[in-house]
Design a protein around this ligand. Structure first.
Ligand code: SAM
Ligand code: SF4
Length: 431
């Protein structure tokens, strides 16, 4: 979402004649867009600003803005501690960015914009064309969260759930497709909580799928509680919807899920997986896990490993619990950190083994790859298959924006390598 936000900030600042520079040393204005989800986020801001100070030691100071969730959560402290920062702008206030920059050009005092004005933000953004011209583009459809998992800062930094109108989303999706997008990834902290005048994510997907020249749709990140039957059905009916579902579970233990205030059980989670697999067996899952949540025992952890083995997530993101100031879990007694780290290593090894086994099933099979860019000016092209796996092929012809059937020849941890063969047999299609 920060990538989407950064692009929109750029679109807004073009209105006051600013443009992106790759040459940081010559920037007049420096905007640091930040994430606050895990520890060290604030340290990173001080570190970045420190580097900037060094760069501009004997030069005119640029305007320095800190945007995003660190600004929202710790803006006041940042401004007090680091005088080089001119303004902090929370994620729901970045429509005020031009006003802020213009004020700072006239040497104003430090500025703090950390209100939750999400309606106003999107109203302002709708007036500015989305100029992102990537083959695979992001589109924020929903922001914020009302779920209040005990470990998470999102409800405090992004505010309450807010869904954008279908009309404005269709308009922006069409802009992206006109700019060359072939794939749109619908974004939200709780993307499947999307609800605009009774229209749900399933309705939005079906509407967006009508856009000609749009080939692929993805959405992230879903919450199990909001995975309703209408959304499950869309995976059967909408051919443009990709067969990978990112569905964070966090833990395999009902006791820990309850302690986290996740609002779902493992049985409910597995029921969703089962229903989806019955409708479309090609669908695979990826997930997020928090290891070492306060109170997690070895037996709770074993349940998480059991879930991993049962669902066989093809991709997973696992993190040690990180105590975030202001969240209810902040003061809870931590699990012994040595033990937590050892569980994390165990878990990541298991996840990696499952991932490798899955990737081995792709070798010598055909994948459908949407090519996004050329690699380092060589005759090599980077794309993603339907499951978001990175694929590289060699080609003398420009493949950017095209979907090709690719035979996968080999792979490493991050990337699959293949070749395009127009005579490939359709029945070999990789599941
Ligand atoms: N809304 C999604 C859901 O319900 O799972 C997740 C969105 S959250 C912004 C992204 C991921 O960050 C979470 O799935 C979780 O695994 C991780 N995360 C959030 N807070 C964390 C914390 N305090 N410590 C470790 N990981 C955390
Ligand atoms: Fe954070 Fe997701 Fe829980 Fe909301 S549902 S509080 S975004 S982890």
């Amino acid at each position: 979402m920060n990538e989407y936000d950064s692009n929109r900030i750029l679109d807004l600042t073009k209105k006051i004649n600013y443009s992106e520079t790759k040459n940081i040393d010559k920037a007049n204005c420096y905007i640091l867009n930040t994430c606050h989800i895990r520890e060290k986020a604030t340290d990173k801001v001080y570190h970045e600003v420190g580097r900037l100070k060094k760069k501009f030691k004997n030069k005119l100071k640029p305007i320095v803005l800190v945007a995003g969730c660190v600004a929202q959560a710790e803006g006041e402290i940042l401004l007090k501690k680091e005088k080089y920062i001119d303004a902090v702008i929370g994620p729901q206030s970045y429509h005020q960015i031009n006003e802020t920059i213009l004020k700072l050009e006239k040497k104003s005092n430090p500025i703090n914009f950390t209100e939750f004005e999400v309606i106003e933000k999107f109203d302002s953004l709708n007036l500015v064309k989305n100029s992102c011209n990537k083959v695979s583009s992001f589109l924020t459809i929903q922001e914020g969260c009302n779920k209040f998992c005990k470990f998470c800062v999102v409800p405090y930094t992004r505010g309450a759930e807010y869904s954008r109108s279908i009309d404005e989303l269709i308009l922006e999706a069409k802009q992206l497709v006109n700019n060359g997008a072939k794939e749109i990834n619908l974004l939200g902290q709780n993307v499947n909580a999307y609800n605009y005048k009774k229209s749900r994510l399933s309705d939005l997907i079906l509407e967006i799928s009508k856009i000609e020249n749009l080939r692929r749709i993805r959405y992230t990140t879903s919450h199990p509680k909001d995975f309703t039957d209408d959304l499950i059905e869309v995976h059967k009916n909408c051919k443009k919807l990709m067969p990978l579902i990112h569905l964070p579970v966090q833990s395999g233990s009902n006791r820990i899920l309850k302690a986290m205030n996740r609002k779902h059980t493992i049985e409910e989670y597995l029921q969703i997986v089962k229903k989806i697999k019955l409708l479309n067996s090609k669908i695979n899952f990826s997930s997020d896990f928090i290891i070492g949540y306060p109170g997690e025992t070895q037996s709770d952890f074993s349940e998480t490993e059991k879930l991993m083995k049962e669902v066989r997530f093809i991709n997973s993101y696992s993190f040690l619990f990180s105590a975030r100031p202001g969240t209810p879990a902040f003061d809870l007694k931590k699990v012994n950190q040595e033990e937590a780290k050892s569980r994390l290593i165990h878990f990541q090894n298991l996840a990696e083994k499952i991932k490798i086994e899955y990737r081995e099933t792709l070798i010598n099979k055909i994948s459908s790859v949407l090519f996004e860019n050329k690699v380092n000016n060589e005759n090599r092209y980077f794309g993603r298959d339907e499951y978001s796996n990175s694929v590289i092929v060699e080609s003398n012809r420009n493949l950017v924006g095209e979907i090709k059937k690719v035979r996968i020849l080999k792979g490493n941890h991050n990337t699959l390598f293949g070749e395009i063969d127009s005579n490939l047999n359709q029945s070999n299609y990789a599941a």
